[in-house]
Design a protein around this ligand. Sequence first.
Ligand code: RBF
Length: 334
Amino acid sequence: MRRFIIASLVAILTSTALWAQAPRIGVFVPGARDGSPIYDNMAKGAERLVSETPGASLRVTEAGFNQAEWKEKLISFVASGKFDIVITSNPSMPELVNEASKIFPKQRFICLDGYLAGNSSVYSALYNQLEQGYVTGYLSGLVSISGMKGTNPEKKIGMIIGQNYPAMEKMIIPGFLKGLTAVDPGFQLDIRVLGNWYDAAKAAELSRSLYAQGADIILPICGSASQGAVRVAQETGKYLVFFDDDEFARAPDNILGCTVLHQEELAYRSLKAAIEERLQFGKAEIVGMKEGYIEFLNKNPSYIKNVPESIRIKVDAVIQSIKSGRLTFQVPSL
Ligand code: RBF
């Protein structure tokens, strides 16, 4: 009996020690890192944590663009038994993570850019993309009616999206449109669906057609395909606004604004909390500007150079309203 108790104690101690000191982290990228900062920054957050944690190990897998394969790839990633925590990101992953967790109930998951409440194996964090869309739309509307070079009086703004999904239809598009119509109720949004997250040639074609039909600004949300939109904006002297990351360097004269997600920080902090056993698995959080995970880059030199001060003052006022809680956006169920 005594031997059994000692053996049990040793087992418990070594298992906690392993978890606390040598966490094994798996990053599941549903797509590719290259050209998709939302994924690349998630992986960077995990890499930063692992580099600071003695003994910790990391494996990053890129599941590619065939979404029909993701479920099987996620399950075999988990089935390897090599990870204490698996972190992933995008609004379609909660469903797949939920299914994987039924098969492997001991596996812990972190799902960013997605919402899943009530599964005690999963922590999820969703960005309030109504806020992100609103600020980006408000800036776009103000520039579009400003009369500055490269704009026209048509009150038409373009979007190129990789595909349709609930977060796009219920948060990103409505938020962006609300920001535009706060400037002028006559604004129209011309939305083109690419059908994938990588075809830059097709994104270039869609951009050309959007600009030709009166859009003066495009918001591309299409992963690495956005390079096509960047090229056409530069060729035609028109404008872009960006989500997710600081993209100004890609076209310093054509990018008006970037409303970024601090995905690297969110990945780093949630993984750190998990390995320190502070993360509340089962919880689903919504994070936005107030929490510091969505930020409009209002100090970037390109923004200051491209956007007149009278507009920047108005954009700052809207950001303040959101941060102070005077202007709020209720996230719908997705
Ligand atoms: N965003 C990307 O930047 N690259 C991608 O490869 C990508 N793939 C996605 C696949 C699915 C099924 C869904 C629902 C979204 C995807 N997104 C992708 C969009 C991403 O989750 C997020 O909404 C946007 O990056 C805007 O913040």
